[in-house]
Design a protein around this ligand. Structure first.
Ligand code: SF4
Length: 317
């Protein structure tokens, strides 16, 4: 059984109401998305800003309700029990926004144990100290407040706060993108080590395919709320099939500066989800668009992956 199963998930936000307060216009942030995550695996969702990846993270963690579709955790609809909220934790992009500036590090990390009424005060203290060590923070950090910490230290506190409840699944929403380049690699290494140490399962949200290639087992490529390509990370990085995945890979900075201007695919901006193109979601930017693309393609099985592109309707080319 897969630990997490996302089935036909759709999320629409109302953006305009009638004079009677009834929603008349919707923004589709997530459109019929399905994927599964095995225990102990790292599954990444990758796409540009506006692709719907953070909305999916919030749906998994119960911050949003799905418009339709379902999310199963260990075979059962997610969020039915208090245990689900302990077992699934989220790490946010911006630790500044997620840490209470009025609480010290000890109180921030201990809070989950208090909420769930876990352990005596002595046991909670021991747990906080143990987890601080696991995330590479000095014991003296407990007395500090968020404003006294660096960006990397704050993100380590966020990680410690999530791990204190011994979750099974971590949903990480761009956990390094608000950090200086110099500490991004350290934080990624830490997350990799913790995944092994605590046998964690990750859903990793990022816009950066370079991180995906280092860090994941499977990847889903999102565009305007749609899965465009999904499958084993090595296959997708070595041989991207979808034109959008090819474009994302070409935008990864190259060590050779002469290759920088090569991205001929991802020209222009992602269209507004308020006004998505008709037919294939990628049609306005796709250099391979042709007549059939005015109809929205379904997902086609190509080897071990699924690809949403008419070029593969008959089994690939
Ligand atoms: Fe491009 Fe057409 Fe494929 Fe969409 S369906 S990615 S527009 S070739």
């Amino acid at each position: 059984m897969r630990m997490l199963e996302v089935r036909n998930l759709t999320k629409r936000f109302p953006v305009e109401d009638s004079i009677f307060g009834k929603p008349t216009r919707f923004l589709t942030a997530v459109d019929d998305v399905s994927f599964g995550v095995e225990r102990g695996a790292v599954f990444s969702l990758v796409g540009e800003s506006g692709s719907g990846k953070s909305t999916i993270a919030r749906l998994i963690c119960g911050a949003y309700k799905a418009t339709s579709g379902e999310i199963l955790y260990m075979g059962k609809p997610i969020g039915r029990t208090k245990e689900d909220y302990r077992n699934i934790q989220m790490i946010f992009q911006d630790p500044d926004a997620s840490l209470n500036p009025r609480k010290n590090v000890f109180a921030i990390i201990e809070e989950g144990l208090r909420i769930h009424k876990l352990g005596s005060s002595k046991e909670r203290r021991e747990k906080v100290m143990g987890i601080l060590e696991s995330v590479g923070l000095d014991r003296l950090t407990v007395k500090k407040f968020p404003h006294e910490l660096s960006g990397g230290q704050k993100q380590r506190v966020s990680v410690a706060r999530s791990l204190i409840l011994q979750p099974e699944l971590l949903v990480l929403d761009e956990p390094t993108s608000a950090l200086d380049v110099s500490v991004q690699a350290q934080t990624l290494n830490l997350l990799g080590d913790l995944q092994k140490e605590f046998s964690l399962t990750y859903v990793f949200i990022t816009h950066d395919l370079k991180i995906v290639s280092q860090f994941s087992d499977y990847v889903g490529v999102l565009y305007l709320g749609n899965i465009m390509e999904i499958g084993p990370v090595d296959e997708i990085i070595d041989n991207p099939l979808h034109p959008y995945t090819q474009g994302l890979l070409e935008s990864v900075p190259q060590p050779d500066p002469s290759k920088k201007a090569m991205n001929e695919i991802l020209k222009g901006e992602i269209p507004s989800p308020l006004n998505p193109p008709k037919g294939c979601p990628f049609i306005t930017r796709c250099p391979k668009a042709y007549e059939p693309c005015t109809e929205k393609p379904g997902l086609t099985v190509v080897g071990d992956r699924l690809v949403r592109c008419h070029l593969y309707d008959t089994g690939g080319n």
